[in-house]
Design a protein around this ligand. Structure first.
Ligand SMILES: [Zn+2]
Length: 241
């Protein structure tokens, strides 16, 4: 894969240790790729990403992987705050919900898969730590959104996509606990409050994209149970070396 370079000044040092064990996917949410790349390289904007994948499959690198790019903002996943410190950020060119959200083209998906496969091979990034921006900031973000094909990515060895095994749909308290197991910052209120609905919407965008209404219907519930079971097993495996 050919990787083209643009230099973004928007990065700083990763904290001590410099571990990289997460991958965060975004869409650019701007009208054109050029406009997005300009912004990601603009010192005044104070945002960046390590990579940008254009719709024609061109891959740009803006920030060295060893440096902390500024892509996720205020964020949380599996107990980690400031996800930027431990992650690689990829911006996928798409106008997004604001400017005409559209299907991610084949050439773009292939390029993204090549890049992401290489990243999860070179860094210790487990499947449950390949996430979307909306997963780590569900109250603020929608990207990369419900048109993004997470299932396809998982088939190619990137990220998590449990099979359609039967799992009993949980009640709301259990659902909140399952969201937390997966990695979301989910409240434990025992009720379907506003914040919980936002987290459920983020979950649906990623794991049940055909309906994103924030309701705990049976399909969402059993999907939630299936994902939580798989992530629980992965996380337990990591804590017992
Ligand atoms: Zn984003």
């Amino acid at each position: 894969m050919t990787i083209r370079r643009r230099i973004s000044p928007n990065h700083d040092a990763r904290p001590e240790g410099g571990r990289i064990d997460m991958l965060v996917l975004h869409y650019t949410g701007m009208k054109t790729a050029a406009e997005a790349i300009d912004r990601l390289c603009d010192p005044a904007a104070k945002v960046s990403a390590h990579y940008v994948v254009d719709e024609d499959g061109t891959v740009w690198q803006l920030v060295e992987e060893s440096r902390r790019a500024w892509h996720a903002g205020v964020s949380f996943w599996q107990g980690t705050r400031n996800v930027n410190s431990v992650s690689i950020g990829i911006e996928i060119v798409n106008p997004g919900h604001e400017w005409g959200y559209r299907t991610f083209p084949e050439a773009q998906m292939q390029a993204l898969e090549g890049l992401a496969r290489d990243l999860v091979r070179r860094h210790p990034i487990p499947p449950d730590r390949v996430v979307g921006h909306s997963d780590v900031a569900p109250l603020r973000k929608q990207d990369p959104g419900e048109l993004f094909d997470w299932e396809r990515l998982a088939r190619n060895g990137i990220g998590l996509w449990p099979g359609a095994g039967a799992a009993a749909p949980p009640g709301i308290s259990d659902a909140q606990a399952m969201l937390a197991t997966i990695g979301y910052e989910a409240p434990a209120t025992g009720s379907l409050d506003d914040e919980t609905r936002h987290v459920l919407i983020a979950f649906q965008r990623h794991f049940r994209p055909r309906g994103i209404d924030g309701r705990l219907d049976d399909e969402t519930g059993s999907r939630l149970a299936a994902v939580a079971r798989e992530v629980g097993a992965l996380r337990a495996g990591r804590s017992h070396p």
